[in-house]
Design a protein around this ligand. Structure first.
Ligand SMILES: Cc1cc2nc3c(=O)[nH]c(=O)nc-3n(C[C@H](O)[C@H](O)[C@H](O)COP(=O)(O)O)c2cc1C
Length: 248
């Protein structure tokens, strides 16, 4: 549990956003402001990679997606962070306190999410047993603190991408599962833009062209990369729309 937050007051204040956030982020948490962002402001697109493995297929796919978002407009800034190596205990969301000495890196991620410059969020997860990874699930559970009337996520754009090892291993189910959580957080969820035009970024790390390379090299999944780029583009376009650029 965040410093200064007892189990009792945590349960009573999960919506206050005070727990573990910097004062600037906590202040930002008081206003749902995406729709009011003025044209000309910097628009931050934050990508969170939720693989256990840093710099691997999910992270690479997220990088492709973010780069496509950035290329849409010079006002768009992108940042990629990875949960690999971080400790985000999900049990805190249910009011179960941290053990003495137990590490909790959620506040640093929460501060990024609550950044007033945040205009869009892209969550990227590998497919595990037909669903999101445990770091992704734990992050979403901890985002209970943003499940409030005046959350910094309200009316912000959201996109989801997933990378699976199987051709039919559940990548779309995984994308859908994460999207549902983001909808609960009052986000405006978008899919990948046409011509692929479906639910989000979907890549296949088990494809012959991908797995027969060192790494494997997920960028060799051409269709998958098209969905990543089109997701980035769609997220950026909707972000600009909400920022007031009606012609975008
Ligand atoms: C525990 C575990 C479960 C997995 N379950 C699935 C699955 O259900 N469907 C699938 O398509 N791939 C599955 N995979 C494969 C991963 O989704 C795939 O290798 C992915 O590219 C890993 O992402 P990373 O390189 O970012 O770690 C699983 C991998 C692991 C380790």
């Amino acid at each position: 549990m965040a410093p200064g937050v007892t189990r009792r007051n945590f349960l009573g204040t999960t919506g206050t956003l005070a727990a573990g956030l910097t004062s600037g982020a906590a202040m930002a948490a008081g206003s749902a402001q995406a729709a009011e962002t003025a044209v000309g402001d910097r628009l931050k697109v934050l990508g969170i990679g939720c693989s256990h493995r840093k710099g691997r297929t999910t992270s690479t796919a997220l990088g492709v997606c973010l780069e496509a978002a950035r290329a849409v407009d010079p006002r768009i800034d992108v940042e990629l962070i990875e949960l690999a190596g971080l400790k985000i205990p999900g049990h805190v969301a249910a009011g179960v306190p941290l053990e003495p000495g137990e590490r909790d890196d959620f506040p640093q991620v929460a501060n990024k999410i609550a950044d007033p410059a945040l205009a869009a969020l892209i969550l990227a997860t590998p497919v595990y047993f037909g669903n999101m990874s445990s770091p992704c699930k734990a992050l979403i559970e901890r985002c209970t603190i943003f499940h409030t009337d005046h959350s910094p996520l309200t009316n912000k754009v959201a996109g989801v991408l997933a990378v699976g090892g199987g051709r039919n291993g559940g990548v779309e189910l995984t994308v859908r599962s994460v999207q549902v959580a983001l909808m609960s957080l009052q986000m405006i969820v978008v899919g990948d833009a046409r011509p692929t035009g479906h639910w989000g970024g979907t890549a296949w790390s088990g494809a012959e062209a991908v797995k027969n390379t060192k790494g494997p090299d997920i960028t060799r999944d051409e269709l998958g990369m098209a969905t990543m780029k089109n997701l980035g583009r769609r997220v950026a376009e909707m972000t600009l729309r909400l920022a007031g650029c009606r012609a975008c």
